[in-house]
Design a protein around this ligand. Structure first.
Ligand SMILES: [Zn+2]
Length: 422
């Protein structure tokens, strides 16, 4: 065991949601508007001098813009920094000849602005752990004579105590699709174990099988979302029966739904890390999900939230990934993110890449080498190979069909654990 200072993001719910949601909404809308103003400046610069301004340039251009003062100056800076990072990411992909890459989108749907995440750095928030309150600064434009800040009463998970952390770096207000929550980024000292082994496991995240795992020795596991889907269905029906979607009862049901979902993600990430310990895994390889996030901001998006029968936003994947990271870190396991590019199109046995290989009913069939694999496991195996290139299949004998027959783990609500399906 060794001690190490690491960064942790703790999610806190807001207990006085109704009192603060209007104020948080206006900050979230302002962040989208500022993003769009910055986006427009980038467009203009590009068409005039073929140059896209970086973060500092953007801030210099825009700090006297009237919209800049809708948020605390550090929060506005962060919005422009995110925009610059998004452009950088796009440039990087273009350099790698990724023709599918799109520049960052405007944050607007018809006439509506989405609620963007608002980040508060050191000067923009004040944490009071005694009374469990966080004070968030508004920009000077949104200050009113009786209040120039938003006072959120927060609640963390029972195992998190913000008064014991080394320091709090920043606070982010995040819209989950239902309500606002706070992400508190802290420095924390933890005890770290020795890595359980040197194997790598590939993780593919999706909406049907929330997680597919491909281990180095070739065996694989699936974690479908059945339990969460049933839960969602049950709560959605009860919420629909409420007279008023803003009523106290509906709010309570929504909170319960999201608490159960969080609990599910915690249990699942814990289970997976334990599986990795058992299997001697030292590296967990996860597909980078920024592609999904971009799609969601896109107007013609395949919106994961609305089209699937499960209302899962990309933040659910982010959140799950960070839970996995924390839990893995404590066991001495590293989590690496790699590009998901082509991981669903390529055959993990022979590397053959073609769209036609993707076939119905969740199976991937390769006409080159004859591999038949569960499509999500094939994706997970491709992700794993990006870090650990050894082939899991032996190249010849495919009679056992290992890729096509992963073990399926289901959540048992009685024991609260994941267990292999009989
Ligand atoms: Zn093949």
């Amino acid at each position: 065991m060794a001690k190490q200072v690491v960064t942790r993001t703790y999610i806190a719910s807001i207990r006085n949601q109704q009192q603060v949601s209007d104020d948080l909404d206006s900050l979230g809308f302002s962040a989208s508007i500022l993003w769009n103003v910055g986006r427009w400046v980038c467009d203009r610069e590009w068409s005039e001098v073929e140059h896209i301004p970086g973060h500092n340039e953007l801030t210099t251009y825009l700090k006297s813009h009237e919209r800049y003062d809708d948020l605390h100056s550090q929060s506005s800076q962060r919005v422009l920094q995110e925009l610059a990072e998004a452009f950088n990411g796009w440039h990087g992909k273009r350099r790698n000849r990724d023709t599918r890459a799109n520049p960052p989108k405007y944050r607007k749907h018809n006439d509506e602005h989405p609620r963007s995440t608002v980040t508060f750095k050191a000067a923009g928030f004040k944490l009071d752990t005694k009374y469990e309150r966080i004070r968030l600064s508004k920009g000077s434009n949104l200050k009113e004579y009786w209040s120039d800040f938003i006072l959120c009463k927060y609640q963390t998970q029972p195992d998190v105590d913000l008064s014991t952390v080394e320091s709090v770096q920043q606070v982010r207000a995040v819209w989950t699709g239902d309500e606002w929550e706070l992400h508190v980024v802290c420095k924390v000292e933890i005890e770290v174990s020795e890595a359980p082994g040197e194997n790598a496991v590939g993780v593919d995240l999706g909406i049907n099988n929330f997680v597919a795992l491909a281990y180095e020795d070739g065996h694989s596991e699936l974690y479908p979302l059945n339990c969460l889907k049933q839960d969602d269905y049950y709560f959605s029906k009860r919420i629909a029966r409420c007279d008023d979607s803003d009523s106290e009862q509906a709010t309570r049901l929504n909170q319960k739904k999201s608490a159960r979902r969080t609990h599910y993600f915690h249990t699942l990430s814990k289970h997976i890390v334990q599986r990795c310990v058992d299997e001697g895994v030292g590296t967990i390889v996860v597909g980078d999900l920024s592609g999904i996030r971009e799609d969601e901001e896109n107007d013609e998006s395949k919106n994961w939230g609305r089209h699937g029968n499960l209302d899962l936003h990309s933040w659910a994947f982010d959140r799950f990934t960070s839970m996995l990271e924390y839990k893995a870190e404590m066991e001495g396991i590293t989590v690496e993110q790699v590009s998901e590019r082509d991981t669903s199109k390529s055959c993990s046995c022979c590397g053959r890449k073609r769209d036609a290989n993707r076939v119905e009913r969740g199976l991937y069939v390769c006409d080159e080498c004859g591999t038949v694999a569960n499509a999500d496991v094939n994706g997970a195996e491709n992700i794993r190979q990006k870090v650990s290139p050894s082939l899991a299949c032996d190249g010849g004998d495919r009679s056992n069909g290992w890729l096509a027959q992963p073990s399926v783990y289901l959540f048992d609500s009685e024991s609260g654990c994941f267990a292999p399906r009989e």
